[in-house]
Write a protein that binds this ligand. Structure first.
Ligand SMILES: Cc1cc2nc3c(=O)[nH]c(=O)nc-3n(C[C@H](O)[C@H](O)[C@H](O)COP(=O)(O)OP(=O)(O)OC[C@H]3O[C@@H](n4cnc5c(N)ncnc54)[C@H](O)[C@@H]3O)c2cc1C
Length: 545
């Protein structure tokens, strides 16, 4: 059985930054990831990330803009730590050689994203996440940190109240294996695949949230589902909001601008305007993003990736014609409850990145804050996991506490495959989330969603697989991922039912106003013996370290 001191699960920016921080302390670290690290979801982040680096800007301004966007649900301590460290981490990435855009004086170029008072986003044309991911991955190779690429973690090993390792499936061989470590760090990303109409990549199936949920931990503010306003009509692709702050116009089908140029729009208000005014009826519910005011040179230098995908996926030459856009589900703002150092309520288990909740984003993330949150808190969590592992006693659990992992796969294969397939249940789940738990919700729709979810879970318990091959069995992977999505859907629906107000990205047509008196509260969903439990807790009462 492979043994390490820190096991990082996930090879996106959070996992890579965490693994490097843990390695720097001298502990034995390994990284497991179900996709190759450079194919992680971050590679899709185009617009840039916030760091208060310009002389006119400051960490305080950055924190204030984030708090304004967060609509009363941000945790002050988390926000303060984040904004102070974001600039340091941006410079660190620059020093590691990330090829960011620069000014003619050789300084880091900064662009303003919606909701920020100053140009604050460091960027590399419109493939910023891609370069950050590659820069960190180079360091991982340099540090010779062992990586288990294409290993899907299916469960946590918990013994005597402590997390002591994981069980993982090697996709290439179909082998399930236990890994031992006194510290396990979840950096498994988000759960955007809960929705059909979403920007999320295939790997965003909420695995880490589900692993923690099944271990009895609380998921916080799961009802907060951020939509991206500039999604393509028929694809999961989207245009960065940086297009708007650089001069593009959002118009109705008659060509009339629907937002003032450079207006103070944050994503939640933006999507609300689009949904509420229903202006986009003309072109299959779309508005038109007109990039022509930018001119061909700016499009070529700053939006070259968008130029290509708009042509390939939407058949639109953005320097000649407007691009039809509509809101797409983007990411969950909720996640596993952690301290500022990534520790959770289960000793030995840490979490960082999009799967973790710290209260930085509140009820609506400031555009450009999410990627760098993964970097900042990935570093913190990696260092804290290493310190924990160094102080912990060596893992002594007998291998027998892990139920024969292979028997688990054999049991799945032994089920009868019928009409019911994993793909069908996944499809129905995503359709129900789009229909009832989307941009605007109401009590009736949420109740219907809860009922249909219960039925889907019952069907999942009976589903059989059609493919029994061991090598790259995509259906088996989807089977495990669907279990995660069902858990996460349960938490999202329960929390959305509980929050009887509209705030930030959570909009209820039956409770259209914010209710500060009763709802300056976080929702917490945990998995009890008799089903999910929903609790609330006031803002600014963070989990103690
Ligand atoms: C399309 C898109 C564009 C975005 N653009 C921006 C932007 O311009 N600026 C910005 O600040 N933010 C942006 N974001 C947000 C930002 O990209 C994410 O918040 C960030 O990628 C999260 O990083 P992460 O490391 O937590 O997760 P991810 O990058 O999703 O990485 C998760 C890793 O975990 C692995 N994994 C998952 N489950 C398992 C498992 N069971 N076993 C093993 N491994 C597992 C995956 O393979 C992957 O390697 C964007 C998000 C989206 C959806």
């Amino acid at each position: 059985m492979p043994e390490y001191e820190v096991l990082v699960v996930g090879g996106g920016v959070a996992g890579l930054r965490a693994a490097l921080a843990a390695h720097e302390t001298g502990v034995r670290v390994a990284l497991l990831s179900k996709t190759h690290p450079v194919r992680s979801h971050d590679s899709a982040s185009p617009g840039g990330f916030n760091a208060a680096l310009s002389p006119e800007d400051s960490a305080e301004h950055h924190a204030q803009d984030s708090a304004d966007a967060g609509a009363g649900l941000c945790e002050v301590n988390a926000l303060k730590a984040f904004c102070e460290e974001a600039a340091q981490e941006a410079l660190c990435l620059d020093h590691l050689g990330a090829p960011f855009n620069r000014t003619s004086e050789g300084m880091l170029a900064l662009r303003r994203l919606n909701g920020s008072r100053a140009p604050r986003a460091v960027f590399a044309a419109d493939f910023t996440g891609h370069v950050v991911l590659h820069t960190l991955y180079e360091q991982l190779l340099k540090a010779q940190i062992p990586t288990y690429d294409e290993w899907l973690v299916t469960s946590l090993i918990v013994d005597q109240g402590q997390c002591q390792g994981v069980v993982a499936l090697e996709l290439r061989t179909g082998k399930l294996e236990a890994f031992a470590a006194p510290a396990v760090l979840l950096a498994t990303g988000g759960a955007g695949r809960l929705y059909q109409r979403s920007t999320a990549s295939r790997s965003c199936t909420g695995d880490g949230m589900s692993l923690a949920y099944r271990a009895g931990l609380r998921l916080v503010d799961m009802e907060m589902v951020q939509y991206h306003p500039l999604g393509f009509r028929a694809h999961r692709a989207f245009a960065s909001e940086a297009t708007l702050t650089e001069g593009a116009l959002l118009c109705d089908t008659a060509g009339q601008p629907v937002l003032p140029p450079n207006g103070p729009f944050t994503r939640d208000s933006f999507c609300r305007v689009m949904a509420e005014t229903n202006r986009g009826q003309g072109d299959a519910g779309c508005l038109l993003l007109d990039l022509r005011p930018l001119g061909k040179d700016v499009i070529a230098s700053h939006f070259q990736y968008l130029h290509r995908i708009a042509r390939d996926l939407a058949g639109v030459e953005i320097d000649h014609d407007p691009l039809p856009v509509r809101p797409l589900a983007h990411r969950l703002l909720g996640g596993v409850e952690t301290t500022l150092d990534g520790s959770t309520a289960l000793p030995g288990l840490f979490a960082a990145g999009e799967c973790a909740w710290l209260g930085v984003h509140g009820a609506n993330a400031l555009a450009g804050n999410t990627l760098i949150t993964s970097v900042v808190f990935g570093r913190r969590a990696g260092a804290a996991a290493a310190a924990y592992a160094q102080a912990a006693r060596p893992t002594l659990w007998p291998e027998s506490i892990v139920k024969d992992p292979q028997a688990c796969v054999d049991a799945i294969f032994s089920r009868q495959a019928g009409e019911l397939t994993v793909a069908r249940i996944s499809h129905e789940l995503a359709a129900l989330m789009d229909e009832h738990v989307g941009l605007v919700r109401d009590g009736g729709g949420l109740a219907a969603a809860a009922e249909r979810l219960t039925a889907l879970k019952e069907r999942y318990a009976r589903v059989g697989l059609r493919h029994h091959g061991k090598i790259y069995n995509a259906e088996l992977v989807a089977f495990f991922e669907l279990a995660s999505l069902l858990d996460v859907a349960e938490a999202v629906i329960m929390a959305a039912q509980a929050r009887k107000e509209s705030r930030g990205v959570h909009q209820r047509s039956d409770f259209p106003l914010p209710n500060d008196k009763e709802w300056r509260q976080h929702t917490l969903v945990s998995h009890g013996v008799n089903g999910p439990i929903v609790e609330t807790r006031p803002v600014n009462s963070h989990l103690s370290p």
